[in-house]
Design a protein around this ligand. Structure first.
Ligand code: NAD
Ligand code: TYD
Length: 343
């Protein structure tokens, strides 16, 4: 591993991976290719400011010219770049297919042409769809149920097809919901923490009983580094935290950690097609020797503390960014009108 391309490296998980890669492999050259959409943030990459072995390329993974430039000389590629928010995909899905499918295709074509040694496609547990009991294994059928997960499913299988058709050394990973520092405050954990800090309502969808399996972002990054060394091309690996929590319990935990009242909770109109529960079997990656280091209680309280101590990072997004305000208004204004606090 000499030069690693991290696409989407200005986002939540990609930047965590890049920072960890630098800590564990000081000698490696790191190239980040990122379009800096609303979710991309150069503040996530500040540690690289004076790093001579780091290069940032602003560009679109669906643009072959930008991809050719960024991938030059790279032996390893990890594709984190994506449109990632289910709620946004429900209101407008076009960008999701441009990036999460076509962008993956452009990256794979260039990886095939240059002959990279590893290509990791970061997929998601959402490609399986919901599961009411039990857990999904890697060979289970895929049944995405919203435009985001359908687009990710396209990228996931496209990546596999390059292995099957051309022998491109692709590994596909499907992680569960991540949480941790530098998480854009549209997703539930950073949204609820930052709203609660400001005594703003927490809009809980539906009955609040939907279940997600929470994975600390550092555990995800560690698993990806582990798979670069131990994963087998052509294989798919689930990466889960083993922390299934109902949204209502998650919300209460956040409020307790911040010493805020439950009257901040608002039960609001549900997300259409809201997947009830995700759960993964992680037997395959565990058999290779990886397991998560974070317990959920510890990870969540550290995360809450990070948002308390790093207002410099999230306040400009929530208060200065008109795109964020427009999104909040669009998704929540009607929902919050007349919403009630659960008794
Ligand atoms: P994020 O939304 O925080 O970051 C996405 C990054 O991709 C941003 O920096 C954005 O600017 C960049 N980007 C978007 N479109 C681009 C394009 N066309 N070209 C180049 N860059 C582009 O997302 P995240 O939470 O860090 O997720 C990273 C990856 O992990 C995604 O592929 C996502 O599907 C996957 N994933 C996320 C989770 C989760 O819980 N967040 C769980 C499983 C898998
Ligand atoms: P989210 O963070 O958007 O991740 P995903 O949809 O990819 O799982 O949502 C996590 C859970 O929280 C999901 O069940 C939807 C719920 N949720 C709310 O109840 N209110 C909100 O405002 C948001 C954004 C999510």
């Amino acid at each position: 591993m000499k030069r690693v391309l991290v696409t989407g490296g200005a986002g939540f998980i990609g930047s965590c991976f890049a920072r960890r890669l630098r800590r564990e492999h000081p000698e490696v050259e790191i190239v980040v290719l990122d379009l800096l959409t609303y979710a991309g943030n150069l503040n996530n990459l500040r540690v690289f400011d004076a790093d001579p072995r780091f290069r940032f390329v602003k560009g679109d993974i669906a643009d072959p010219v930008a991809v050719k430039d960024a991938m030059e000389g790279c032996d390893v590629v990890l594709n984190f770049a994506a449109e990632t928010h289910v709620d946004r995909s429900l209101l407008s899905a076009g960008h999701f297919f441009d990036t999460d499918v076509k962008g993956v295709f452009v990256l794979l074509e260039e990886a095939r042409r240059t002959g990279v040694e590893r290509f990791i496609q970061i997929s998601t547990d959402e490609v399986y769809g919901q599961i009411l009991e039990g857990e999904f294994s890697e060979n289970d059928p895929l049944n995405p149920r919203n435009p985001y997960s359908a687009a990710k499913c396209g990228g996931d299988r496209l990546a596999y097809s390059f292995w099957a058709s051309y022998g491109t050394p692709v590994i596909v990973t499907r992680a569960s919901n991540n949480y941790g520092p530098y998480h854009y405050p549209e997703k539930v954990i950073p949204l609820f923490i930052t709203n609660a800090i400001d005594n703003e309502p927490l809009p809980l969808y539906g009955d609040g009983r939907n279940v997600r399996d929470w994975l600390h972002v550092e555990d995800h990054a560690a698993a990806l580094l582990f798979l670069l060394e131990n994963g087998v091309p052509g294989e798919t690996y689930n990466i889960g935290g083993g922390n299934e929590v109902e949204n209502i319990d998650l919300t209460r935990k956040i409020l307790r950690l911040l010493d805020k009242p439950e009257t901040l909770i608002r039960k609001v109109t549900d997300r259409p097609g809201h997947d009830r529960r995700y759960a993964l079997s992680t037997a395959k990656i565990r058999a290779l020797g990886w397991g998560p280091a974070y317990g959920f209680e510890e990870g969540l309280s550290e995360t809450v503390r990070w948002y308390q101590e790093n207002e410099w990072w999230w306040r400009p997004i929530k208060q200065g960014d008109l795109q964020y305000k427009a999104w909040y208004e669009k998704n929540y204004a009607d929902r919050l009108k007349g919403a009630t606090s659960p008794s």
